[in-house]
Design a binder for this molecule. Structure first.
Ligand SMILES: Nc1ncnc2c1ncn2[C@@H]1O[C@H](COP(=O)(O)OP(=O)(O)OP(=O)(O)O)[C@@H](O)[C@H]1O
Ligand SMILES: Nc1ccn([C@@H]2O[C@H](COP(=O)(O)O)[C@@H](O)[C@H]2O)c(=O)n1
Length: 222
């Protein structure tokens, strides 16, 4: 079997990475790897074991029984830890609020980055779209197609608020800002590295954004 085509997509919170990558993968017949889900799953696992997410040594120790499985099928997405389905649970605000704490631990990043590279190399699809914060720069810097998906802070907040009607717009905005600020101390996902194509979706509809991303992938990989 030939080596799969790797597509790397990074960007800030709410820029559309997950939804657009999943839709683009469907259009291209590629696999889809949501790397943020793994950091969220570590945060879920840590809280489930009553470990303090700020206690680096304890978080690292908790990786010993982190039985993580993620589907890379864009039509059948699930996330499991030790056989428990946590697909929905990892989206809860209690996870979103602490995920940056576990994501800044270098051992956690190395452990998950190795896992991502293994998943990318062993997909049975012709290609895989992996999205996150450091995919274009750290996890897959040699990928033939690398994209920074951005949108203005205002657009990202409006999109995220529409998903979270139970939270006030102010709460959603400050959580999104705080997470971007914490995450940007670890990875630079606001500026495109050399060779990375920026797709700014601020004035694009969802469908237009998918088409723009698919176009970049096709032009870089054909
Ligand atoms: N171009 C667009 N126009 C309108 N809505 C969009 C667009 N792109 C994405 N969305 C919507 O914005 C919301 C946030 O997108 P998504 O969850 O994919 O972002 P993300 O970058 O993966 O965020 P996070 O990093 O926080 O997980 C979703 O409801 C998605 O459908
Ligand atoms: N490559 C990545 C991906 C994610 N993170 C961290 O995980 C958090 C959740 O990511 P989502 O895309 O699901 O929102 C994110 O806030 C980062 O802390 C990461 O560090 N690197």
């Amino acid at each position: 079997m030939s080596t799969p085509i790797v597509v790397a997509i990074d960007g800030p919170a709410g820029s559309g990475k997950s939804s657009v990558s999943k839709a683009a993968a469907r259009k291209l017949g590629f696999a889809y790897l949501d790397t943020g889900a793994a950091y969220r799953a570590v945060a879920w696992h840590v809280l489930n074991e009553a470990v303090d997410p700020s206690d680096e040594a304890a978080v690292i120790e908790s990786l010993e029984d982190f039985g993580y499985v993620i589907s890379t099928n864009p039509d059948e997405y699930f996330v499991r830890v030790n056989e428990e389905d946590i697909t929905e649970a990892i989206r809860e605000p209690r996870i979103t609020d602490v995920v940056s704490k576990v994501a800044k631990i270098p051992v956690v990043r190395q452990y998950l980055s190795d896992l991502f590279r293994h998943i990318m190399a062993t997909t049975d699809k012709p290609g895989i779209i992996a999205e996150g914060r450091d995919i274009t720069t750290v996890v897959a810097p040699d990928a033939p197609a690398r994209i920074l998906l951005t949108a203005s802070e205002e657009a990202r907040m409006a999109r995220r608020s529409a998903e979270l009607p139970q939270q006030s717009q102010d709460q959603t905005a400050s959580a999104l800002r705080a997470r971007d600020a914490a995450d940007s101390r670890v990875s630079d996902f606001m500026t495109a590295a050399d060779g990375v194509v920026t797709v700014d979706s601020t004035d694009f509809s969802y469908e237009q954004t998918i088409d723009a991303v698919v176009e970049v992938i096709r032009s870089r990989t054909s």
